[in-house]
Design a protein around this ligand. Structure first.
Ligand code: MLT
Length: 238
């Protein structure tokens, strides 16, 4: 478990990276792919997003931008997963840039396997990891501008705890952060929404009127979808 890609993850890349941004980027990405988006292209830089998406007709693309939790002017959507309905996204390519989640994806895009994990698809992610059996797995919390994230850590703990509880050989805890993440999950697994409302980013989203987002993001194992990276920065449904 690593909390913020730039600060705490070691150099190099794992065999498999599970990028976690529960509030809300990886929840949004999982929701968009589940709703029928053709693919999700992640950008840490908004200018590059606008440039790359020019190659797609307005009918076939959706531009999603978020900074500081709010929608970026000039984008079709912000980063509320509730906005990613089948009617809106089906068959379209989503170009997305968020404050932290898309930067975390970029940090590990050279890994052989990259997936987007969150609370709503935790079980699907665990199943994928058990199928792939990678040698090393990073559960990579996106945090907030380099800061620690309670919600990303509790999600890493939920994934790690499930892996440890499977009757499978050789799953080992990698670092102290993983042990702490599992403990946090044990403490809050029946009150995830309450934890999200306590978390600093949850508070930020509450100030923006996004409590319904927190409710949606707390629905553990509610979507059976695994976003996988097809090429650097491009995520599709497994
Ligand atoms: C992030 O990228 O840090 C979050 O997704 C921001 C948000 O809640 O929109």
């Amino acid at each position: 478990v690593y909390h913020t890609p730039e600060l705490t993850s070691p150099d190099g890349f794992p065999d498999c990276a599970v990028v976690i941004d529960v509030l809300r980027a990886t929840t949004t990405i999982a929701t968009a792919l589940n709703a029928g988006a053709e693919a999700v292209q992640a950008f840490s830089d908004l200018d590059r997003l606008m440039q790359a998406s020019e190659a797609w007709s307005p009918e076939k693309r959706l531009r999603a931008g978020e900074r500081g939790g709010a929608k970026v002017e000039g984008c079709d959507l912000g980063n509320s997963p509730l906005d990613y309905t089948p009617e809106r996204v089906r068959g379209k390519r989503l170009f997305i840039s968020t404050t932290n989640g898309t930067r975390a994806l970029q940090r590990v895009e050279q890994s052989p396997l990259v997936t987007a994990g969150t609370i709503i698809n935790r079980h699907a992610i665990v199943r994928y990891l058990l199928e792939k059996q990678p040698e090393t797995v990073w559960l990579l919390g996106s945090g907030w501008e380099g800061g620690y994230s309670l919600e990303d850590t509790v999600c890493a703990g939920a994934i790690a705890q499930s892996l440890m509880s499977q009757e499978c050989e050789g799953v080992e805890i990698g670092n102290d952060e993983a042990i702490a993440a599992i403990a946090l999950y044990h403490q809050w697994k029946d009150n995830l929404l309450e934890l999200f409302r306590l978390a600093s980013h949850g508070q930020r989203l509450l100030r923006l009127g996004c409590d319904e987002d927190l409710q949606y993001c707390a629905q553990i194992d509610s979507l059976d979808i695994v976003p996988i990276q097809k090429e650097p920065g491009l995520l599709v449904k497994l």
